[in-house]
Design a protein around this ligand. Structure first.
Ligand code: URA
Length: 252
């Protein structure tokens, strides 16, 4: 149970004082009945609350999938570069007024799946090194990969980390055709279960190749919706969210 004014504030309907005015003016209904007391307790999960006839649904946290384009940094603010949050503007969407942040970082020139949320606990779980959440990347490189080099990448390579080689990875050649980068000579799908700084680029460098294009396709159970244009975002579907939350739990 939650106070009506607190609920409306948390759902970003307005500031505490604005919300009180809405309520006193009779603009707020709970299950169809006008409520004029800000202190009234509501069941935030079961009651239907409307402001000006528009339903305000309870959502403890916000979860969005963003198709990150190159050229944006994975930060909430930056003095030089545009951030991924600069892409997330939609007037009248109160969920975007929350303190959102990207879960993990993609390099400025990397594209693909980025989860944006205000759920710190889920973020912590997904990023925790002990969780080994798999992340799959589509990687274009400036050369081919011999069977030997492929095996090295699968088993673990030295990228200069003090705790030894990278964890075992899954590597398969990606379907030919339609390289994103003109310098690309081969393309691969690489799944890693760590998130070291520039990890994919450093892994390829360790076998003498340079990444010329990089795109994240999935993180745990969450897959990039390929119908989402670069730079666009959308809320996670209930199914996506359920799978992601379960994944976070099952890896604990
Ligand atoms: N590995 C990289 O090298 N860069 C990324 O952005 C993500 C993984």
């Amino acid at each position: 149970m939650l106070r009506l004014d607190k609920f409306l504030c948390e759902m970003k309907t307005g500031t505490r004082s604005q919300v009180k005015v809405f309520i006193r003016k009779g603009l707020v209904t709970v299950n169809g009945t006008t409520v004029k007391s800000p202190e009234q307790k509501i069941n935030e999960k079961a009651d239907t609350v409307c402001v000006n006839g528009k339903r305000v649904s309870y959502q403890k946290y916000a979860y969005f999938m963003l198709h990150k384009p190159a050229g944006y940094v994975s930060a909430t603010r930056d003095s030089h570069d545009k951030t991924v949050l600069d892409l997330m503007k939609e007037p009248g969407n109160p969920l975007l007024d929350r303190e959102l942040f990207p879960v993990g970082r993609l390099d400025k020139d990397t594209e693909g799946l980025l989860l944006i949320t205000d759920d710190g606990e889920l973020s912590h779980r997904l990023l925790s090194p002990s969780m080994h959440v798999p992340k799959t990347y589509y990687v274009e490189i400036d050369g081919s990969l011999s069977a030997g080099r492929q095996e090295c990448l699968r088993q673990g390579v030295d990228i200069g980390e003090k705790h030894g080689k990278t964890r075992p990875a899954v590597l398969t050649e990606a379907e030919k055709g339609g390289f994103c980068c003109a310098e690309a000579e081969s393309a691969w799908l690489l799944t890693i279960t760590e998130g070291k700084f520039h990890q994919v680029k450093r892994m390829m460098q360790a076998v003498g190749r340079n990444v010329v294009y990089l795109k994240r396709l999935s993180m745990g159970a969450l897959q990039l919706d390929e119908t989402l244009p670069r730079g666009a975002f959308r809320p996670l579907t209930e199914e996506e969210l359920e799978k992601l939350l379960k994944e976070g739990e099952s890896r604990l």
